[in-house]
Design a binder for this molecule. Structure first.
Ligand code: BGC
Length: 340
């Protein structure tokens, strides 16, 4: 299989791919010259999104190889500007792309993109940054692909619960029957940040734990911001701090960086994503665990929906589409093994 590594730093990349694998229910794709898929991501150097794009291109390349159907994919980096993203969408539409895959900059701002796409009759697959329900109901040729944020948070809490059940003192180090924690949050308006922050703690409480939030802050999914915040927390709370809950792996890695700077022996840090570096940190004992998003499964679902739409088929023939027009990808826990 041809493997394509990509950098998303460029404003617009044109990546013609050649692949195959089939999705049932689609019109005979061999009749087509090539399927054109325009992708716009909110920020190309986001660790999770760039890994997802790599998987997406790999899925498309495999498809080309297996079916002989040509797939042209252009990936545009919106650089965190909704205005830039809207311009990219306009450009794809003016170039007669068959379908759009959009990782919104501002998830509350999908309405105008949907209107423009509907006018041009070009379907849209949104992913990772969820449009509000009102926008999702605007048209039937749109779909949202992601994991369930509640489930990711429940599993993140489960890592802590499992560890506690194996060895209570490894979590409740001071033995006061309360878990003292800090929370590192992603972007303020991202549905994952909002839901993960709330549900992770809710799950611990529902499992019967007493918890005390010592502190917390927004680190915008970012490793450096998380490291800076964690350094202040570790300095302020010292041994009192028993757990660091992070909305994603990059922030968990930042927390682990701060632990290392301060020369401490502390690894009760949990994250979500299952990035390469996140998983390595779990293996190396720097993190307690992470919730692994199955990126190849995400990528396949985005590609399959896009391809189905592009060829006039219904993605629901190949994928399980929920009533709210979403496709949800399962996930799993990867946790540090207890010390014997
Ligand atoms: C991921 C983060 C990522 C963000 C981007 C979240 O689902 O957990 O790592 O930065 O999506 O939108």
């Amino acid at each position: 299989m041809r493997r394509i590594r990509m950098r998303l730093a460029a404003a617009l990349l044109l990546l013609p791919l050649t692949a195959a694998a089939l999705l049932c229910g689609c019109r005979d794709a061999s009749e087509r010259d090539a399927v054109k898929i325009g992708v716009s991501v909110y920020k190309g150097d986001d660790t999770f999104i760039s890994a997802m794009m790599e998987s997406f291109l790999a899925a498309a390349a495999q498809f080309e190889q297996e079916t002989g159907v040509r797939v042209n994919i252009s990936v545009a980096d919106a650089g965190e500007s909704q205005k830039t993203q809207n311009e990219q969408i306009e450009r794809f539409l003016s170039l007669d792309y068959d379908v759009l895959c959009v990782n919104l900059v501002d998830r509350t701002d999908a309405g105008s993109i949907i209107d423009r796409a509907r006018d041009a009759d070009v379907p849209v697959v949104f992913f990772n940054r969820e449009p509000v329900q009102e926008d999702m109901l605007k048209w039937d040729k749109i779909l949202y692909v992601d994991s369930d944020a509640r489930e990711s948070a429940t599993l993140e809490a489960q890592i802590v619960i499992d560890r506690y059940n194996e060895d209570p003192r490894s979590i409740d180090a001071n033995g006061d029957g309360i878990i003292q924690y800090v929370m590192l949050e992603g972007e303020r308006r991202h549905q994952d940040a909002i839901i993960r922050t709330e549900v992770s703690v809710e799950t611990l409480k529902e499992a019967g734990f007493l918890v005390e939030k010592l502190d917390g802050g927004i680190a915008n999914w970012n490793r450096d911001q998380a490291a800076a915040l964690t350094e202040t927390y570790l300095t302020a709370y010292g041994d009192k701090l028993e757990l660091i809950i992070c909305n994603n792996d990059d922030m968990a890695l930042g927390a682990a960086d701060a632990v290392a700077w301060l020369g401490l022996d502390f690894s009760n840090i949990v994250g979500i994503d299952g990035t390469e570096k996140g998983l390595a940190a779990v293996r190396e004992g720097k993190m307690l665990g992470t919730v692994v998003m199955d990126l190849p499964a995400h990528a396949r679902a985005i590609f399959e929906s896009a391809y189905a739409f592009a060829t006039g088929a219904d993605p629901a023939d190949a994928l399980e589409v929920r009533e709210d027009r979403s496709v949800r990808i399962p996930m799993y826990i990867e946790a540090r093994k207890p010390v014997e």
